[in-house]
Write a protein that binds this ligand. Sequence first.
Ligand code: DAH
Length: 341
Amino acid sequence: MPLAEDFAQYATAAEAAFAGASDSATLEAARIALLGANGQEKDLTKAFAAAPGDEKRTLGPLFNAAKGRAKAAFDAAKARLAGAAEDQLIDLTLPVERPRVGSIHPISQVAAEVEEVFRSMGYGVIDGPHIEFDEFNFSRLNIPADHPARDHQDTFWLDHPAAGPGQRLLRTHTSAVQSRTYPALKPPFRRVVVGTVFRYEAVDATHDNTFHQVEGFVVDQDITVAHLVGTIRTMLAALLKRDDIEVRLRPSFFPFVEPGFEVDVRLTKAEPGSRFARWMELMGCGMIHPNVLTAGGIDPAAWQGFAFGLGLERLAMIRHGITDIRVMHGADLRSLHQFGN
Ligand code: DAH
């Protein structure tokens, strides 16, 4: 009975068409083609009407079942699409999902700014290895093997320290880049180094075993402490981004400079009694020691210069009012996001 098969095929096709409709326009097009006034169902109705009377008795229930399936599939699709439209309404009570935007680490930020400031003053930016020889980290900086100044910089040794100047260590300061680059430089020159340094230290609010330093050095004729002070002021004004910085120089000892100074800063607008309201030691500097120039192949009778070194963490902490250095490498993004940009 071919008409019975037509009914079944019609119902199956209708179910597939309605179930596959993904928007209301598609659904409406399917409804017109199947259930509409000139649709497929109408054609089947005409065919059924033309069927002989005795066949109608068996065909009737089959046709009704097919129509029922088509109608049910249509109703289901309609309900589904109405529900989907409702889902698209914005629920204003839901918490906002914020886009996760990264930020530059405060240390990377100051590092980039340091390089920029010194480039603008005619300095070349250079780099050196983290694993350094005793010779460059100490000996050529006027710190011989038995010198007590070594005790100031607790060192991660990679080889046994007693064995001599060829021993390797993790550089304790960026001053090592001075001594390792002098032989390759022809005076006059200005260079700045920004890099990671390491100390065998217990970690607390003001000390970390891994931190960052800037080292700057200038070798020329007629260079004086006045140039040094002017350079330091220019640098701090550009980097600290505060208008309440007070600076003082104190005579101090560093084996690689003579005379040597320590630079202290305080913030006049800081809360009275807070750490930033008191003088804070910020950096060391001085006129490069003749022994250091000689060790680097530069004649100290013809050339002189200044050098300075400071910690980037300290700089970033003063700038942002951070009182604990552990924020810097603690990987707590909630803290770091506040200071980065
Ligand atoms: N290298 C010293 C340190 O890490 C800092 C320093 C002091 C660097 C005086 C200098 C300087 O260039 O002149 O403690």
